[in-house]
Design a protein around this ligand. Structure first.
Ligand SMILES: Cc1cc2nc3c(=O)[nH]c(=O)nc-3n(C[C@H](O)[C@H](O)[C@H](O)COP(=O)(O)O)c2cc1C
Length: 138
């Protein structure tokens, strides 16, 4: 349960792999993230094709700040741009979820999975994720 006294923060950013065009080991990132985020009470969603990243982080403001500072210092990606950062009344993504296309998933199945994950998200978050997915598929 989130404490009423602690404001919840949501941060959405995009980035690209470093060096440019390199494919980074996304499952490794997810494993690290799940471990750390669970300890810190941070949840969200990471979308990646290995070369581009769109991530939303949600949790107590100080935890989100600490997590994002660590992510920013990671040399596996660069060109990090914060799309928005705001206080939220409740988490839009209940649990940490990684949307990654797994072998055997069709593009449609993948997109459907993302749409389901985004059902409770704000217009901004949903628009950003869906825009990136559309750009990749187009
Ligand atoms: C695109 C991207 C997203 C990441 N997201 C998270 C995250 O949500 N939480 C986290 O703890 N680390 C995340 N990381 C990893 C951190 O940058 C860093 O490597 C990690 O937190 C170090 O963990 P450790 O000290 O347990 O080894 C991410 C890295 C990348 C490249």
């Amino acid at each position: 349960m989130d404490s009423i006294a602690t404001p919840l923060r949501q941060l959405l950013y995009v980035s690209s792999s470093n060096p440019r065009g390199a494919k980074i080991d996304v499952p490794e990132v997810v494993a690290q993230s799940r471990h750390n985020n669970a300890l810190d009470g941070v949840t969200g969603l990471l979308w990646s094709d290995g070369k581009r990243f769109l991530q939303v982080l949600e949790g107590p403001a100080d935890s989100v700040a600490t997590t994002f500072a660590r992510i920013k210092a990671d040399t596996r990606h660069h060109a990090i741009v914060v799309l928005h950062e705001r206080d939220i009344a409740a988490r839009e993504f209940g649990t940490w979820t990684m949307a990654q296309r797994v072998p055997g998933d069709s593009a449609d199945a993948f997109d459907e999975r993302i749409r389901r994950l985004l059902e409770n998200a704000s217009e901004t978050v949903r628009g950003n994720f869906l825009g990136l997915i559309a750009a990749r598929n187009g």
